[in-house]
Ligand binder design. Sequence first.
Ligand SMILES: Nc1ncnc2c1ncn2[C@@H]1O[C@H](COP(=O)(O)OP(=O)(O)OP(=O)(O)O)[C@@H](O)[C@H]1O
Ligand SMILES: [Mg+2]
Length: 487
Amino acid sequence: MAKPVTVYVCSHCGAQTRQFFGRCSSCGSWNTLVEQLQAAEPAADGRRRRPLSAASGAAARPRRSASIRAVGEQPLQRLGSGYGEFDRVLGGGLVPGSLVLLGGDPGIGKSTLLLQSARAMADRASVLYVSAEESAQQVKLRWRRLAQPVATGEAPAVDGVAEAAADPDLQLLAETDLELVLQELEALRPAVAIIDSIQALHDDQLSSAPGSVAQVRECAAALARIAKRQDTALLLVGHVTKEGALAGPKVLEHLVDAVLTFEGDRFASHRLLRAVKNRFGATHELGVFEMQGRGLAEVSNPSELFLGASEPSSGTATIVACEGTRPLVVELQALVSTTSYASPRRSATGIAVNRLHQILAVLEKHLGLPFSRFDCYLAVAGGLEVEEPAADLGVAAAVVASYRDLTLPPGTVLIAELGLGGQLRPVSQLELRLQEAGRLGFNRAVVPRGSGLGPAAAAAGVQLLEAGTVAEALVAALGVDPADDRA
Ligand SMILES: Nc1ncnc2c1ncn2[C@@H]1O[C@H](COP(=O)(O)OP(=O)(O)OP(=O)(O)O)[C@@H](O)[C@H]1O
Ligand SMILES: [Mg+2]
């Protein structure tokens, strides 16, 4: 067998050298050379080797799609993680042989989530939990504290210690050496393996430090090969960089089937799980959890979390944001006050500040409101990030309500995107949003004209107020004309 040699590959231009340089001699970029292992000589006869299929070791041949399940194979059965919220983000559970990368800030609860899922899955399948960051005793200590996955409000069902003892199909391995982890994976052939974390594993054949780009890539690739071969679903924990991106090479994200991020406000107890990439389900699905003393509990009715105070006050407006296929009713709060600076201050929490600038400019131009002389602060309740433009009209209403010191009638939601010309533009999944608003007791919705959803809204118990422009929409929502100075 050819002996592997170390080469250094520029992650910018792809040039290879046998020696390490701080600067790529080909493209001139600094610090882009990463170590890689490569087989030294090609096959002796100079011909390309035939590719072997990962599953059988036989030469891969094309097959008719219709025959793929029919040849005595079972259709893929997804394995539930124990959390309905986790399963939804995964697209309906873990797919055998798939690789899922879970990233998140330090201490956000990645290990907690996976350990609690491991416990639930161990009831139905064999699970291997590889802890590369904590000792077996430390994991056991955490285990004792954690309860079975529960929804908020439910009492934990079983005591942690008793459950751990009665649970034979969960194996715990505290190891950082990739070689040993691979051996155990091959020996145990678990249905699910959890690696906490991929950055802490190291491959002895590479001289670079654990967590370096080369190490992360090699470790993940080796684990992926085994997982695909023996149909083990792999859950990898990944660290994030200071900027919030997943640490390690971008190829890691290409290599895995799903990339999930676990995020949350350090000052609040709820945590959000999102799919950034998913080969087996929709992306931008959202799972909501709450960190409690006995671990993570899932929140199946998160709109209540983002609704804020029940008493309406001036400068608040309610929108229905859609995260993947899930509508969320969210409260926005705005504060508009006279500026004491040469250029007014604008700050937005949970919404891109550029979006706020744009909406203020539209309001100034089309309603004649002098926002350039006012500071403007905007916040989304509950620490949620709202990215979609369907929040535009809600932002406009909150800002105008604060400026005029008006209170929106209770039970009103605003759902529309704002064009630069002041017109309202349609949004996706409007029917779903109206249903969610109706379910939570909202009875008026301001939406773009021509939605054709009158009957659906009536069925949801929501009165539809259709408007063509932002001026019309605000009159409909507030009951007075905000552009009129006597309002
Ligand atoms: N004894 C405890 N009681 C209540 N909550 C705890 C306790 N110990 C830890 N926690 C909670 O669990 C969180 C830590 O979770 P966890 O270790 O799963 O995070 P992590 O994402 O795996 O972190 P890291 O990246 O450091 O591995 C803490 O932030 C804290 O909120
Ligand atoms: Mg951890």
